[in-house]
Design a protein around this ligand. Sequence first.
Ligand code: TXA
Ligand code: MG
Length: 327
Amino acid sequence: MKILDGKDKASIAEAVMLLEKGEIVAFPTETVYGLGAVAYDPLAVAKIFEVKRRPRFDPLIVHLDGPQRLEEYVESIPPQAERLIKAFWPGPLTMIFRKRLVIPDIVTAGLPTVGIRVPSHPVALELIRTLKKPVAAPSANQFGYMSPTRVHHVARSFAERVPLVLDGGDARYGIESTIISFHEDGVVVHRHGAITTEELSEHVRIIDREKSSIVCEAPGELPYHYSPMKPLRLVNGPSDATCANSSYLAFQEPQGPLAARHIKVLSPTGDLREAASNFFSFLIELDRDDIDMIYAERISEKGIGRAIMERLRKASKRHASPLPDNR
Ligand code: TXA
Ligand code: MG
């Protein structure tokens, strides 16, 4: 896999040339790195599913360079969406709309809806702008494994199976976009992410998903996900970490004795945004061959902390199946 500087115009041109030929290309976004294909090209999109070993029932997000042509892809734009577009695009908010026919079924896993976002990373924007087509892209990791926040995570996962990754530096948020859908009396959050519920609720009413009967589980919302290879257990603090042959993911500097072999601290000052930006890269570092398990501290579910805990809970449900050839 070639790693090219995404700030360089020639790198963008090469990526566009590959995408036009039906290839897939990895690129940076402000949340995590994505693995993209031209959204109109079902065969190229199929390559994404193959390379990621992603089940075909799990839909992809379509990335645009701005909201100007949104109406070409979706049937209607509710007034709540107009407000959120003004407030959060470009940025890490994915909105689910009823799709038009131009979006192939493989992108949406046969659903009548499509998730769309406008990323704010300048390299992603430049890529889509130069290509002049929407880009379908999941996170650039093996299905079920942790999302890549650094270019070397992508290079390690896909080696020879993806021709090119554009380097855009470390992802700023480190957590995927927030995914929402629209309903008569408000929006439902399908995946907590980089835009917090608090931020959303300044613009729209949020429907409590547990109390609502109108929302079905999206096929991609599996109870396990984001998993390290080693089993992960949630703990309240060092005294819960009884196995010494382990890694330990702390929120702040652990208080009291801790027997773990490897320790990472997400944010010494207790800043949840900093914790989010370190989250996947630290978890990937702690997922090592020389340990039996990973302990991760529960953190406050305020702000982006909610998105971190959602991922930790899913990671604790199951550990990933072995990856044959890419680690
Ligand atoms: O930040 C992000 O969103 C990153 C970057 C690359 O943009 N992308 C990302 O994609 O996280 P992915 O494929 O790893 O996660 C997208 C999830 C799917 O698993 C699925 O649950 C949900 O988005 N999704 C996509 N389209 C949907 C739809 N039409 N209805 C419900 N959920 C949908
Ligand atoms: Mg993903």
